[in-house]
Design a protein. Sequence first.
Length: 155
Amino acid sequence: MKKQLNKLAKSSALVIIALAAICTTGYAQNNDSSVCDTTQNTALEEEEYEYFEVVQISEFPGGERALRKFIAKNLNYPEEAKSKKIEGKVYVNFVVSQTGDVKNVKVMRSIDPLLDNEAIRIVQSMPKWKPAKQRRKPVDCSFTIPIVFSLGKKK
């Protein structure tokens, strides 16, 4: 039963990562760090339209599977949190810059400061990502990912 729950939790995390990546692409920005807005005028209408057009979202080197492996390999569960049996998901938001650097890391949903700090440390230690592109130019792109802290089997 526990193995099935762990598999379900991992699958849920994948879905959350994918949805977070898709949902946050609207935060992409152009090279001058202003919001990506474009005005279109047509012969039929004189209205102005603002829209976001991110053709390619940022990508962790090696893709989502590599991101999950990176997090699992680098996660250092704080001993104090282990002894207090603190578990849960910390949701971390960050921006992948035009150069692929991770910046503006912040906790969106906290569990405990011990776990929050570890989640921030992991995200800040990520290697450069492949930046998002808008109109074939690199742009900033916002992501929110869950970092799962689980003690596994309980005796």
